[in-house]
Design a protein around this ligand. Structure first.
Ligand SMILES: Cc1cc2nc3c(=O)[nH]c(=O)nc-3n(C[C@H](O)[C@H](O)[C@H](O)COP(=O)(O)O)c2cc1C
Length: 189
């Protein structure tokens, strides 16, 4: 049986320094895992990109394709944005998809692909009025947004612990979200 494909999409937020751990956990949950980084997150990993490609067995994408360029990744059965930065949350909520990371999920959720997102930003960032609006807009579109006690609860400024990001909560939620979704449409690539 072919493995289900998960697009793990990571923004330039603290836990992305440990995205290799996120990939290991996704693979441990049985996902054929493809990694997509925002351009800012790509800069963090650029010197060690080979490690991530070896771990996933796929190219790491961070840029939109050129016109006529072929898909580099298999079609997605589910997508998880983790960690989701405050900036990407607000762009996504406002329909701005200027990174392939956001383009995939903005479109994917309206093509019937299960999409989840777990944030990582501090309470000062979370206090911006745009944040609550963006979260409500994503939920209204059908995105499973994992915050509060059932996801990631924003930390006090300067007191984050990106190494302790609860990846397992996100992967458990994606598992639940995709149960019975096997007969649905295949994703976008
Ligand atoms: C070292 C470093 C750590 C950062 N950590 C976070 C973070 O944990 N959460 C967050 O929302 N933004 C964080 N930022 C700010 C984002 O990287 C910035 O808003 C960026 O524009 C996000 O772009 P992206 O969402 O396209 O990756 C951090 C920036 C730096 C330089």
């Amino acid at each position: 049986m072919t493995k289900r494909v998960l697009y793990l999409i990571a923004c330039a937020a603290g836990p992305t320094q440990y995205i290799d751990e996120g990939i290991r956990q996704a693979k441990g949950c049985g996902w054929d895992t493809c990694l997509i980084l925002t351009p800012s997150a790509f800069r963090w990993w650029e010197p060690r990109l080979g490690e991530l490609e070896e771990l996933t067995g796929h190219r790491v994408r961070s840029q939109y394709k050129l016109p006529g360029e072929r898909d580099a990744l298999p079609k997605a059965d589910a997508m998880l944005v983790a960690p989701l930065s405050c900036t990407s949350l607000n762009k996504w909520g406002n329909g701005i998809a200027d990174t392939v990371a956001l383009g995939l999920v903005s479109e994917g959720v309206h093509l019937g692909v299960p999409v989840a997102a777990m944030p990582y930003f501090n309470r000062a960032q979370a206090a911006q009025p745009a944040v609550a609006r963006s979260i409500a807009d994503l939920r209204a579109q059908g995105v499973l947004y994992l915050d509060g006690p059932k996801g990631y609860e924003s930390h006090a400024p300067k007191q984050g612990s990106p190494q302790s990001y609860p990846w397992h909560i996100a992967f458990d939620a994606v598992d639940v979200m995709t149960q019975g979704a096997g007969a649905g449409p295949r994703g976008v690539g």
